[in-house]
Ligand binder design. Structure first.
Ligand SMILES: [Zn+2]
Length: 119
């Protein structure tokens, strides 16, 4: 049974938009590499000279960076899924090359492997 790529494409596009909305809260696109994002300190960190605030700022930056890394890794998976759809190779397990179960793609449209090879 052929995979309904149009359906999963919509799911991927939706999640991509949601991720981009989250990414712009904690980072910005790297001007030298548009597929890469970098964390930014929040605005109040640079406008306040108070030492405690600066310390908070560092923590916040590190937090943003951690959030950003998680989001970015998911963002890359989503882009990779969309890329596979574009190339007509979507829904194939990268280990056994068999078709990925539809219910697995439903749970995670960016899945790279079938249920048997998910770890
Ligand atoms: Zn497999």
């Amino acid at each position: 049974m052929a995979i309904n790529t149009e359906h999963f494409k919509q799911k991927l596009e939706l999640e991509k938009k949601a991720l981009e909305a989250e990414l712009v809260k904690v980072g910005r696109k790297n001007p030298d590499n548009p597929s890469d994002w970098e964390a930014v300190p929040s605005e109040r960190d640079v406008s306040q000279a108070d030492e405690n605030t600066v310390a908070d700022g560092i923590t916040e930056y590190e937090e943003n960076n951690a959030i950003l890394n998680t989001l970015e890794s998911r963002y890359k998976d989503i882009r990779s899924g969309l890329d596979k759809i574009a190339k007509g190779v979507y829904g194939t397990c990268q280990v056994c090359k068999k078709e990925i179960e539809e219910e697995r793609l439903e749970a995670n449209p960016a899945a790279r492997t079938c249920m048997e090879h998910m770890n």
